[in-house]
Design a protein around this ligand. Structure first.
Ligand code: GCU
Length: 339
């Protein structure tokens, strides 16, 4: 009942917000309002990065008023992406997991154990040529990516310890609304339950699911550590968050403003990543204080279960192959092997 009332209130707030959002695009003084939606709290590194974006735009131009809507205020990720597609919202931060159904180029990041290390992951994400080929290729989807944000390494956490892949058997594990993540979870032997991020806490609390998979911030910033006390370092994915913008908005900017938003995006990336590195260490300590146990596992045992997916996904979506090959080159280079 309470949940029902809460949902009605939230829907009401969203409708009011959406109404004002989709309406007027200028404020007094004729400034163009630039709206950004995201799903994290105001203390999360993503939000810090976006504040830097806002600060950069507003201090370098008097034409724009940047407004940030955190906490899924304009809707969960999938909704936010739809709003960017239509131009009701100009930018949103969302995981590549959720972007996958809007443009399947983003499926590549859902491939489990794609990057051998965070160093390789970062080097690939910093490869502007490779990333531009992804970022700029999504005109048909109505958006373009302007920068990436670190979202760490994804691991399982649950109400019971997961120390081997066998512990996942029959467990209901939440995944993002991504078909590749559903496949991955099946390959791990668990039962995949796709849902939006904001629903996970209650779903664990009410035993609708046994656990989920995410970075450490889910335990603290989203308080999942209150209801799931075991976090296992099986490291199955490094899935970035993307700052996406409405395609028409970005491509109708004059050269000077295009540059302005490009520079603001760089600033956003820089600050978010600095905040990430700083806060993720703290997050682990906070989670321990919440009573969460961190478990080191045999990563290879988990990897073996899902490696066959690499070939399967590439066969189903051959356009991923050139990107996948580049990533493998980066993995090999890091190992000191052939490029
Ligand atoms: C991370 C990520 C979010 C994403 C969430 C999820 O927190 O930063 O963008 O929505 O995972 O699992 O849905």
């Amino acid at each position: 009942m309470l949940k029902g009332i809460k949902r009605v209130i939230t829907l009401g707030i969203c409708s009011v917000l959406l109404f004002s959002v989709t309406g007027c695009k200028t404020v007094g003084g004729g400034k163009r309002i630039v709206r950004i939606a995201h799903s994290q709290s105001e203390t999360h590194p993503d939000h810090m990065g976006l504040l830097a974006f806002e600060e950069y735009v507003e201090s370098h131009s008097d034409k724009y008023d940047v407004q940030i809507y955190p906490n899924e205020l304009l809707g969960a990720s999938v909704k936010a992406i739809e709003l960017v597609q239509t131009g009701a919202v100009d930018f949103a931060v969302c995981s590549t997991g959720n972007l996958e159904t809007f443009d399947d180029i983003y499926q590549v990041f859902s491939i489990p154990y794609l990057f051998d290390s965070t160093d390789v992951y970062h080097s690939v994400m910093e490869d502007d040529e490779l990333m531009d080929s992804i970022y700029k290729s999504t005109e048909a989807a109505g958006f373009e990516t302007v920068t990436w944000l670190d979202a760490g390494v994804r691991n399982f956490y649950a109400t019971t310890p997961i120390t081997t892949p066998e512990d996942l058997k029959g467990k209901k594990i939440r995944v993002q609304q991504s078909p590749t993540n559903v496949k991955m979870m099946k390959a791990f032997g668990a039962s995949a339950t796709p849902m939006s991020f904001g629903e996970v806490y209650t779903a664990i609390q009410q035993h609708v699911i046994d656990g989920a998979e995410n970075n450490e911030f889910a335990l603290t910033n989203n308080k999942h550590g209150e209801v799931a006390k075991y976090y296992s370092y099986n490291q199955h994915q490094m899935v970035p968050d993307m700052l996406i913008g409405n395609y028409k908005f970005l491509n109708n900017l004059d050269p000077e403003d295009k540059k302005l938003f490009e520079e603001a995006a760089k600033e956003c990336n820089k600050i978010e990543r600095e905040e990430w590195d700083k806060q993720v260490v703290e997050a682990k300590e906070i989670a321990k204080d919440m009573g969460v146990q961190f478990i080191d596992v045999d990563v290879n045992a988990f990897k073996e279960k899902v490696l066959p997916l690499h070939e399967q996904i590439l066969e189903e979506n051959p356009k991923l192959k050139p990107i996948y090959d580049k990533i493998q080159e980066a993995n090999n280079k890091a190992k000191g092997g052939q490029q």
